[in-house]
Design a protein around this ligand. Structure first.
Ligand code: SAM
Length: 245
């Protein structure tokens, strides 16, 4: 997969450690050529001599608005650099909430073009012309779209084949639509459950023992127990994920 990010802070996307994307799974995936990403500075496409990308809002009021022309020219130039069709994504608090379902959908794309806004946002006319998928990472306002773009990238990259080793499979992660869920309970089929609790050595810590079943060696029973835990947790913590009973 190729990911292009249009931003006025391309340094934030450096793949060299210690930047966020230069560590852990995204860094490994990039090294293994599972994904590549390039951050392009929208400012490079500004035509005025001060490389201005924003201006005062029509109608008055506080803040600045990102101008159409630099954003449009940056998108056109970056898209022309690679023949793969890019799914355009604009990060905005007004967009479709980013869920695991949407992450799975985006992970199937050959190419993503992420647009990070700043200030009050981007002139509505260029949004209309580009008609991107508008995505929000939650009901709160960040100062810029860069962190939102990184959240989306991290969630997508870990689903790309070859990103995760067997030791950290995404199949039983919270919100994943694992097929195995339907094996033990028809009512759970297709549900996006939370993950089960996890334990590691030592068997006893501060007088607290690991659940007996996990050391029984009975894989079928362990799988059933884990699924029950997932269902129980989801009912208790996120009943909205269980749907109507
Ligand atoms: N005036 C805008 C509004 O209220 O909808 C908020 C602009 S915000 C200060 C600046 C930029 O941060 C946005 O253009 C967007 O790219 C990004 N941003 C802020 N919150 C976000 C969120 N929850 N999800 C995705 N992007 C966000």
């Amino acid at each position: 997969m190729l990911i292009d990010i249009l931003t006025t802070f391309p340094e934030m996307f450096s793949a060299e450690a210690p930047a966020a994307l230069g560590l852990s799974i995204p860094a490994r995936a990039r090294k293994a050529s599972v994904v590549e990403w390039h951050a392009t500075n929208i400012r490079d496409y500004a035509t005025d001599k001060h490389q201005k990308t924003d201006d005062r809002p029509f109608g008055g009021g506080p803040g600045m608005v990102m101008m159409c022309q630099p954003v449009w020219d940056a998108v056109m130039a970056v898209e022309a650099k690679d023949p793969r069709p890019a799914r355009r994504v604009l990060l905005t608090p007004q967009g479709r909430p980013l869920t695991q379902g949407l992450v799975e959908e985006l992970a199937k794309e050959p190419r993503l073009l992420l647009i990070a806004g700043h200030y009050e946002g981007i002139d509505e006319r260029v949004i209309e012309k580009l008609s991107p998928l508008e995505v929000s990472i939650g009901d709160y306002v960040l100062s810029g779209g860069e962190l939102a773009a990184m959240v989306l990238m991290d969630a997508v990259i870990r689903l790309l084949p070859g990103s995760l080793g067997a030791e950290d499979s995404a199949e039983t992660d919270s919100f994943s639509a694992a097929e195995a869920v339907g094996k033990f309970g028809k009512d759970l089929a297709g549900r996006r459950l939370l993950d089960c609790p996890h334990y590691t050595r030592p068997r006893e810590w501060m007088g607290m023992a690991v659940p007996e079943i996990l050391i029984s060696g009975d894989h079928e029973k362990v799988a059933k127990w884990r699924l029950e835990q997932r269902a129980e947790r989801t009912r208790a913590r996120r009943p909205d994920l269980m749907g109507p009973e």
